[in-house]
Write a protein that binds this ligand. Structure first.
Ligand SMILES: Cc1cc2nc3c(=O)[nH]c(=O)nc-3n(C[C@H](O)[C@H](O)[C@H](O)COP(=O)(O)OP(=O)(O)OC[C@H]3O[C@@H](n4cnc5c(N)ncnc54)[C@H](O)[C@@H]3O)c2cc1C
Length: 300
């Protein structure tokens, strides 16, 4: 029986854990991985104190901070259900059931899928959702990045010095994302930007050999060897069935990180707090742990 269970160890969950440790709470972190999306971010240029740091480097620093407190972390464990029964929060994973007085859901977001023919077949066979992890595999190759926002721009920037040619396939009429990133992408000679273009299929035999696109009413195939899907994110909130969410599946929280269920708190990208950034997730994680501490103090 813990005071608190933290679900997720991205920036929000790790920061919540550091604050909970400093408040001497008895708690457990359950997570699929350490670092979350921050670990797959190429260049982080907006985390105060660092003009530039790579996502993996920043995550390593977060992990060092977490490990420094000797915090109990159940890694590679997936939460399947969170429920409040009387005064207890039950957290069910694929390995067991844990109970605590409170929980902080900090499970972030995951990549959206295209849901087109060939996507499932060629996943990890030339098709990937993580440029930071997989860009080096495509040295000298022709690739497509599918998307038009910050994630897609980040993927293109990571591929600039690696791939021979990059097709940036964007379904809308112009690119979104941060102007600084967009300008770097637009200036590059190795990038071909195709706006108003839809990818309709991933082609291949054993590995990806191309994509089928539709633009101006016509379908055509582009031969290439790699596909990076960067079409946005969806919250990892499906396991919290009784918790109230907005139309995007984000968990609704108030300014104390409280959900509609007393004792269940949430923080970071999985919530409806606007703007999804590392520094914001960290701040929200800190707030959530402090608010759990306050909640437990009033209970005693
Ligand atoms: C490519 C890319 C580039 C980015 N670049 C920047 C940038 O330059 N600057 C910036 O500020 N932000 C950037 N971001 C956004 C930033 O990474 C996120 O806002 C931040 O990581 C959110 O933190 P979080 O802890 O809320 O969630 P996440 O980072 O998503 O972490 C969620 C954690 O929960 C775990 N988890 C999920 N589901 C379960 C489950 N069912 N059971 C157990 N554990 C679970 C995950 O394994 C993970 O550890 C970028 C994001 C991406 C994808």
């Amino acid at each position: 029986m813990y005071d608190l269970i933290i679900i997720g160890a991205g920036p929000a969950g790790i920061t919540a854990a550091v604050y909970a440790a400093r408040k001497r709470m008895s708690f457990l972190v359950i997570t699929k991985d350490i670092g979350g999306q921050a670990a797959i971010s190429g260049a982080v240029e907006n985390y105060t104190g660092y003009q530039f740091i790579s996502g993996p480097e920043l995550t390593a620093k977060f992990e060092e901070h977490l490990r420094g407190f000797g915090i109990e972390v159940k890694e590679n464990e997936e939460v399947r259900e969170v429920r409040k029964i009387e005064d207890l929060v039950l957290v069910k994973t694929h390995k067991g059931i844990y109970q605590a007085k409170t929980a902080i859901i900090a499970s972030g977001k995951k990549s959206r899928e295209l849901n087109i023919p060939g996507e499932k077949e060629f996943k990890n066979r030339g098709l990937t959702y993580c440029a930071t992890c997989d860009a080096p595999l495509f040295a000298g190759k022709e690739v497509a990045v599918i998307g038009g926002g910050n994630s897609a721009l980040d993927a293109v920037l990571q591929l600039l010095k690696i791939a021979k040619r990059i097709y940036l396939i964007n379904i809308t009429s112009s690119l979104g994302g941060d102007p600084i990133m967009r300008e770097k992408v637009e200036e590059s000679k190795v990038v071909t930007i195709l706006n108003n273009t839809q990818v309709t299929a991933i082609l291949g035999d054993k590995m990806v050999t191309g994509i089928k696109i539709k633009r101006e009413g016509k379908e055509e195939a582009i031969p290439l060897q790699g596909v990076f899907v960067e079409i946005g994110l969806t919250p990892n909130s499906e396991f919290a069935k009784d918790v109230e969410k907005n139309q995007f599946g984000e968990i609704k929280v108030n300014s104390y990180n409280e959900t509609n269920i007393p004792g269940i708190f949430a923080s970071g990208d999985v919530t409806d707090v606007p703007e999804k950034q590392i520094i914001i997730a960290c701040g929200e994680g800190a707030k959530a742990a402090l608010n759990v501490f306050r909640y437990l103090s009033t209970k005693k």
